[in-house]
Design a protein around this ligand. Structure first.
Ligand code: NAD
Length: 292
């Protein structure tokens, strides 16, 4: 018998991810504060519920895809939350990018009711969410992971178990550090080329096939050149991830000096009113300094 799935958080990522679950044949119950997004999923074949509790009452697996730790805590553990509606054997999968410590705290509360949880954040952004080719990094019990593999694979190109609960989000933080530093490096290099009088478009064409080429460069250099900073992935959300990475590193005794520097650049752009822009707008930080 096919599992019934609940999906809470139908934003840039959650909407296409939940549509891919429908396409894979799962029946879906959805909920979001944004009723327009809910209406779109109902048109696509889902049913809606009024609260996370009502979602949980009707399904075998509850998936959350929300901005950050406080949102996930409120939706799962708060009043009318998932925890009030779960039944024996319900599995909770949080696919948001949140602090690993928060994942562990939520899992502990759910475990008191005998409910298993996976943290399963994703990488790939909106295009891969639409294509169903996300990379999913998963923390939690391996038996629970095995039971949920097909559900996750319906949204993903790769699904990798990286350890116990929280390990999914540690992996995601590592991913976000690499992406942020890559965008900063690319912005710095293109700023150098532009100020030195070489067309950045031609620089991109010349180097994209060499060692400096990367997935980040392919996705973000054209946006920088086109001055198209429509998100994609918002600076606000990347600040959230870098703050979680720095908090985590302080807790475990790692040192992230480059992450701290890029975090300050993103923070300056947010102060300048660019928090809603795509993170490729990091290039604007260099352009402002260099008066390009
Ligand atoms: P988003 O802001 O577009 O969507 C979040 C959704 O959650 C919104 O529809 C909002 O209405 C809903 N929501 C917030 N609080 C709620 C509540 N209490 N109850 C019900 N719904 C609530 O964000 P997004 O870009 O889809 O990102 C979601 C998560 O995925 C974040 O953790 C983000 O870091 C991560 N992520 C995003 C991308 C990307 O490219 N956008 C890529 C990988 C991972």
């Amino acid at each position: 018998m096919s599992l019934k799935i609940g999906f809470i958080g139908l934003g840039i990522m959650g909407k296409p991810m939940s549509k891919n679950l429908l396409k894979a044949g799962y029946s879906l119950v959805v909920s979001d504060l944004n009723q327009v997004a809910v209406g779109e999923l109902v048109l696509a074949g889902a049913t809606s519920a009024k609260s996370p509790k009502e979602v949980a009452e009707q399904v075998d697996v509850v998936i959350t895809m929300l901005p950050n730790s406080p949102h996930v805590k409120a939706v799962i553990l708060g009043p009318n939350g998932v925890i009030e509606g779960v039944k024996k054997d319900t599995i909770v999968i949080d696919m948001s990018s949140i602090a690993p410590l928060a994942s562990r705290e939520i899992a502990v509360e759910l475990a008191k009711k005998g409910i298993a949880m996976l943290d399963a954040p994703v990488s790939g952004g909106e295009p891969k969410a639409i294509d169903g080719t996300l990379s999913v990094m998963v923390g939690g019990d391996i038996g629970v992971f095995d039971r949920c593999y097909n559900v996750l694979k319906a949204m993903a190109g790769s699904v990798v178990h990286t350890g116990d609960i929280g390990a999914g989000n540690v992996t995601k933080l590592a991913n976000q550090v690499i992406v942020a530093l890559n965008i900063a490096a690319m912005s710095e290099a293109l700023s150098l080329a532009t100020k030195a009088g070489v067309n950045p478009e031609l620089v991109f064409q010349a180097i994209r096939g060499g060692l400096a080429g990367s997935t980040v460069m392919e996705a973000k250099a054209p946006m920088i050149m086109d001055r198209n900073f429509k998100p994609g992935f918002r600076i606000d959300l990347h600040i959230k991830d870098l703050a979680n990475a720095l908090d985590t590193s302080h807790g475990v005794g790692a040192s992230l000096p480059l992450t701290a520097a890029v975090m300050e650049m993103m923070q300056a752009l947010k102060t300048d009113g660019m928090g809603e822009c795509d993170h490729s707008a990091l290039a604007r930080y260099y352009e402002k300094l260099a008066k390009v």
